[in-house]
Ligand binder design. Structure first.
Ligand code: NDP
Length: 283
């Protein structure tokens, strides 16, 4: 069997087209959706992510602001800027690119963002709302995965889902979203015993670990849908996921590639959240 590819680039282009239309309609009413991005430090991967987010915003007809601070900036400066952006009615979404340098209390920074502008969905109030099944902003990566499952018509009700990884930004919110769709969810992590025992039971397998090609074809149930969130580099410097694509595609029913899978959808759903925040201003 060769798995159907769930193409994140194609879906992303389709969704971004729809978002651009909604952004244009909002502009006609005098509101230009605006995302403010804060970057602290010189981490090259973070700089690329921020550049891509800003470019995607502009391409979709949204405005963006970018504040870049030196790695040794006094956190008070960043807190002051967040307060300013919170109070600015022309700014609808605020995102602080993670990770922050060690002298920052990352949790305090995320809590400083107004929950109404927290388009990453990381504020405790928004995490709580998601847990209660009434999300205000869905964290972008799991939101993108849900869109991919929907576009591929993957049955969710009663499906056995195994998520590998329990981070606050991917694994945990992913579990909540799939639980809300009546999946039976298992979350695995670094202390899980016999990982393959769990993954082989999964109708839907989500890998969000950060270990190149750790999920191999023999760990996958034939016909399963495999969602690869991981972004890693091979020793040769090539991008790859947490799933060994070559062996997995022979067993899975559907699979997301890396690159061109979940990555583009994450940015797309950031745009969606920013637009939704702006649309709420006229409701
Ligand atoms: P974290 O490092 O925060 O979490 C990784 C998780 O994997 C942890 O829960 C950890 O367990 C678990 N883990 C580590 N080793 C193993 C193992 N051997 N077996 C089972 N579980 C294990 O990562 P993130 O969730 O932030 O990101 C995961 C991956 O997804 C990364 O590659 C990241 O780059 C990528 N990513 C991609 C995005 C995209 O847009 N495509 C967006 C965000 C992330 P424990 O909790 O016990 O330590």
């Amino acid at each position: 069997m060769t798995a159907k590819i769930i193409d994140g680039n194609a879906l992303s282009a389709e969704v971004r087209g729809q978002l651009a239309e909604r952004a244009a309609a909002l502009k006609d009413k005098g509101i230009t959706p605006c995302l403010a991005v804060i970057l602290v430090g010189e981490d090259p991967a973070s700089a690329v992510y921020v550049r891509n987010k800003v470019a995607a915003c502009e391409k979709a007809g949204m405005r963006s602001l970018r504040d870049v601070y030196a790695p040794d900036v006094d956190p008070a400066v960043v807190f002051a800027r967040i307060a300013e952006l919170n109070a600015d009615p022309s700014v609808h979404g605020i995102l602080v690119q993670l990770p922050l340098p060690k002298h920052f209390d990352s949790e305090a920074v995320l809590e400083a963002i107004s929950p109404e502008k927290d388009v990453d969905g990381f504020h405790a109030k928004n995490v709580g709302a998601l847990m209660q099944g009434n999300p205000r902003f869905i964290p972008c990566t799991p939101y993108g995965v849900m869109k991919m499952l929907e576009s591929a018509n993957v049955p969710l009700k009663g499906a056995e889902v195994v998520i590998v990884g329990r981070s606050n930004i991917v694994g945990k919110p992913m579990a909540m979203l799939l639980l809300a769709k009546s999946c039976t969810v298992t979350i695995c992590h670094s202390q899980s015993k016999d990982l393959a025992f769990h993954t082989r039971r999964a109708d839907i397998l989500v890998a969000a670990v950060g270990r190149a090609k750790m999920i191999t074809g023999d760990m996958i149930k034939p016909g399963a849908t495999v969602i690869d969130v991981g972004i890693n580099r091979t020793p040769e410097g090539k991008l790859c996921g947490d799933v060994d694509f070559d062996s997995a595609k022979e067993v899975a029913g559907a699979i997301t590639p890396v690159p061109g899978g979940v990555g583009p959808m994450t940015i797309t759903m950031l745009l969606a959240n920013t637009l939704e925040a702006a649309e709420r201003c006229i409701k």
